[in-house]
Design a protein around this ligand. Sequence first.
Ligand code: B12
Ligand code: SF4
Length: 500
Amino acid sequence: MRVLLINPRFQLPIDTRTTPHLGLAYLAAVGERRGDEVRVFDMDVEDARLTDFVREYQPDIVGITSNTPQVKQGWYAAREIKSALDVTIVQGGPHVSALPEESASRPEIDVVARGEGEDTWVNLCEVVERAKKQNPKFQSRDLLEPANKLLDGVLGISYQTPDGRIRHTPDRPAISNLDSLPFPAYHYFKMERYTSLQPAMDAVASGKSFSMMTSRGCPYRCTFCSQSVMAEKWRARSPESVVKEWRHLVEDLGAQEIGILDDSANIQRARLHDLCARLIDAKLNHVPWILVNGIRANLADEELLRHMKQAGLLRLAFGVETGDEDILESIDKRVTHDQIRAAFQNAKKVGLETIGFFIIGLPGDTEATMEKTIRFACELDPLVANFSMMTPYPGTKVWEQIHRNGGRMLVKDWQDYVFFEGKARYELGETTAAAQEKKWKEAYRRFYLQPHRVLRTLLRKSTWQHFPRTVRMALKIILPKKTKDQVKAKLDEARAAADS
Ligand code: B12
Ligand code: SF4
């Protein structure tokens, strides 16, 4: 079978995503294991026209991934493909898992895959392969005809039958043994076109930054987080399997940095200690790694942090979210400010760089509570502070709260469901758009323009290594227009001085 996997185009307002899509890398790997011929078409880095590519490759099945801001581009891509070829198109990813009817009812999408995708993808490939063998005149719409019973046994999918009804098959249980999955198949990606997940990770040579998941799922259910549309059960790979992939990335693919994307990497501290010990024993700790997603502050003690540092951890993130105690409780984060303070202090004490994730505009936020968030960020003083505009994604509790309590969504288009821009996404009660936008701008300005921080940034070697990108991002996010030229001139002067 010829399979094609597509990452639809989506450019963020700032320069971040330049890594291969890990979900597609897993789907490519299970396809390869099945014996399929696989192609990945990442529209963020491809030059070719999709229709030309599809006409030439003639895939038997196409898989498109979609998070919320990408979903429309996913539909456009599907429409283009259908205009060139009759082929079964499957759409998966977090957005369609939250709103399967929306995509299933579109004529260009045949099947929606909900939740974790490897087994569903393999199952669908088997079904299409069998149907094509049995019927050389097979057409993609034959799949959706209930009388043909082709999709009856496939768990975790949604589709529209020719009479217009949406069918949902039962959910597919989460993969219990993650070690049974093959390693992500990066050889299908144009690796030289990717760098790293900026700004959490450092820019290294193209194609030398990799990401990895050592566990999946999260037992917590924070009200703003889209994790709620994926499996709740936390499952971990064995340390043996993780170290084996780590070695493969470092020794076979020349990884210069590794980003760990787990939702909650430190749910089991003993497991992390074991992993760290193995990385040290295997002498793999010379390649820096970064915990890109927030780890749980309540489970990050000094001993664990020190061990991770010895195992090569360079930088880690904590989800702080808010400086207001009541709001912290209302979002079900199940962590306290004192635990967060201790986690940052301990991380710095053992020599780790820190990232803090903060949210501006959580339900209930007022100017006064957002002020507390800014102050808390300055108090914690991480190397990188990321202030996100509260963006209510479908499937989250915040989304329900806003729709149930008479809130007003200010974004109409899925493409605008991004949280790096300083635009408020909703209003509810005292959480007004004006207050959110004002405090977001203040947050970046006040955090990054503290004198000790400006000095620290200018003195950091990496500021100069990544000069164009750093300046571009700073200018875009932080500074009011009239100050931009002054700052740029100062940085140019400093760079010239550093070069000479
Ligand atoms: C790393 C990451 C990023 C990276 C890179 C994204 C990428 N994947 O290339 C960066 C930092 C750039 C990023 C940006 C954003 N992200 Co992000 N990101 C993640 C993170 C932490 C890991 C993604 C990952 O690799 N997962 C592991 C793989 C194995 O899972 P997966 O990609 O979901 O794929 C599986 C299934 O979804 C399914 N599947 C997916 N596609 C398909 C297709 C088919 C055909 C099939 C059958 C199955 C299938 O099968 C896959 C294998 O099991 C997730 C959280 C998470 N746990 O997934 C958030 C997450 C995906 N991001 C999220 C968000 C909101 C964003 C942003 C919109 C934030 C913003 N800045 O405004 C942007 C969007 C930018 C963009 N261009 O895509 C949300 C998505 C919510 C939603 N409703 O869409 C998530 C879920 C975080 C969360 N818990 O809220 N992100
Ligand atoms: S924010 Fe983190 S801890 Fe909370 S549900 Fe999402 S992944 Fe889990």
